[in-house]
Every structure is written in structure tokens, then in C-alpha cells.
Design a binder for this molecule. Structure first.
Ligand code: ADP
Ligand code: MG
Length: 251
């Protein structure tokens, strides 16, 4: 569904993405994991066309994205930091998006608007919202037009525990409908029951992209947090695999 071929992105001297290749299919939940500054957001923005890679190609549903934008219709995106016009009210924002898209009402997914009771805040200007409420608005927008691909950049950051559970439940539901979901989070326990594949980035390089079951077998850990901790520390319960994982460049 999404194929990335040899993407490199430099910010002056810094290589934010270094020759990344990967492909993601329908029904997969790819957890993008890596330390701060490892290139997760840059990779996401490259897929969305918000960052232009210096080299490499990205394909969406087998079509080469060459500065095009129509494909984005199929992607729901929740940014790490949602930015909205300060004086626009929540209700106006949703109405504006619905008017622009002009989709039949029965295809619109208002579930998160209801769950988060955003209707009761429709008169509030965006500039007055708390970080958590802003996140709820961003989440509701990502799912609004029932897209076949969801790209969620730290979706649970700043949400209270209950709201975070609501969102995780929603993501799980969409996963079960066979959508492709790309997600980043530093709260690895949030990813445990969602993830089908882990893509691990470090300093712009992809260290590995593997099935969660394989990662569990390789590390001898069931919990994603523990498995990743082993990878990050370079620990190796079996005595042989981590160095292999970390040195293996996925071509
Ligand atoms: P992550 O999301 O994994 O924390 P990012 O993709 O945001 O990492 O950033 C990767 C690296 O690229 C960081 O060192 C960051 O400072 C740098 N970077 C990201 N965006 C820009 C930009 N617009 N200009 C300059 N440097 C940037
Ligand atoms: Mg980021």
C-alpha cells in the first residue's frame, strides 16, 4: 500500500533520513520507534508530502507520489503538534473540513467527536484549548473521513488516561477493519496490543523492520517495551542476535 525506496533527507549537514526502504501493507499496524530526533516525524512527513526527500521515491497504492496530493484523501493524519487558526472555533473547524471534503454524511465518522464530547465545546476558539483538548480535536479529524490509512504521530501524548484508552480502542477498531496504520509513541505499552510490525530508527537509519512475533522470539520478551529495551541496550539473551540486528542494514 505504501512503498518507500531509498529515501534520504538532509537538513543541512544532518541526515535526518538515511537511505530508508520499506513497504507497508493493508491490515498492518507499524509502530515507528526510535530515540528523539531519529527521524520518525520526518519519515511520516515525507509520506505525506510535507517534507520533500532529497532522493528516493515513495509509492502510494503502487503510484509514484511525485509532488502530487490527491492520494492524501485516503490518509488520516494526526500530527505530533496540531496547529489551527487561533480564532477559529472548534465547530467552525469541523464544518469547514466537512464542507471542503463534501463527502456524503453517512461516510463521516463522528465517533470520537461524540466520545470526547467535543460538541459541547464547539463555541470555543482553538487558541483557548488545553493541550489535551487540542489533541482530541486532532484525533477526531484524523478519523473523520474514514480513511484507509491512518498516520498517527504520538497520538496519546498529552491525553488523560481515559481519553487515551478511548483513542487506543478506536485505533484497534480501525485495525480490525483492515486499515493500514502507522503510529509513533514513546509510551510503548500503548503500542503492545496494536502493533503488528516494528520499524526501529536510529540517527535516520532503519535498524530493522520486523514482525512483532519475530521481535518477541528474537528478544525473548513478550512486552514491546522490554523487547525494545533489550535492543537499545544491545543486550542479547540468546547470545547472538542483537549485534546482528543492529548491524544488519535492511536494503
Ligand atoms: P523524531 O520524530 O524521531 O523525534 P524528527 O524526524 O522530528 O525526529 O527529527 C529528525 C532530525 O531532523 C532531528 O535532529 C531534527 O532536529 C531534525 N529536523 C527535523 N525537521 C527539521 C527542519 N525542518 N529543519 C532542520 N532540522 C530538522
Ligand atoms: Mg517526532
Amino acid at each position: 500500500m505504501i512503498r518507500i525506496e531509498n529515501i534520504t533527507k538532509r537538513f543541512k549537514k544532518l541526515k535526518a533520513l538515511d537511505n530508508i526502504s520499506a513497504s507497508f501493507e493493508k491490515g498492518q499496524v507499524i509502530s515507528l520507534i526510535g530515540p528523539n530526533g531519529s527521524g520518525k516525524t520526518t519519515l511520516i512527513k515525507s509520506i505525506l508530502g510535507m517534507v520533500k526527500p532529497d532522493s528516493g521515491k515513495i509509492f502510494f497504492k503502487e503510484e509514484y507520489i511525485n509532488g502530487g496530493f490527491i492520494y492524501r484523501k485516503d490518509i488520516g493524519y494526526m500530527p505530533q503538534i496540531g496547529r489551527y487558526p487561533d480564532n477559529m472555533k472548534i465547530g467552525q473547524l469541523f464544518n469547514m473540513l466537512k464542507n471542503i471534503r463534501n463527502e456524503p454524511p453517512e461516510t463521516i465518522d463522528n465517533e470520537l467527536i461524540k466520545e470526547y464530547d467535543l460538541c459541547s465545546m464547539y463555541e470555543k476558539p482553538m487558541r483557548t484549548l488545553s493541550g489535551g483538548t487540542r489533541q482530541k480535536v486532532s484525533a477526531a479529524i484524523a478519523f473523520l473521513f474514514n480513511p484507509s490509512v491512518l498516520i498517527l504521530d504520538e497520538p496519546t501524548a498529552g491525553l488523560d488516561p481515559l481519553s487515551s484508552e478511548v483513542l487506543k480502542e478506536k485505533i484497534l477498531q480501525e485495525k480490525n477493519k483492515g486499515k493500514l496504520i502507522l503510529i509513533t509513541s514513546h509510551i510503548l505499552s500503548d503500542l503492545d496490543e496494536l502493533t503488528t510490525h516494528v520499524m526501529y530508527l536510529q540517527e535516520g537509519k532503519m535498524q530493522f523492520l520486523k514482525n512483532i512475533e519475530t521481535l518477541r522470539e528474537d528478544t525473548g520478551e513478550i512486552k514491546l517495551a522490554k523487547a525494545i529495551a533489550r535492543v537499545m541496550k544491545g543486550e542479547d539473551p540468546a547470545g547472538n542476535f542483537i549485534s546482528e540486528v543492529l548491524t544488519k542494514k535492511t536494503k
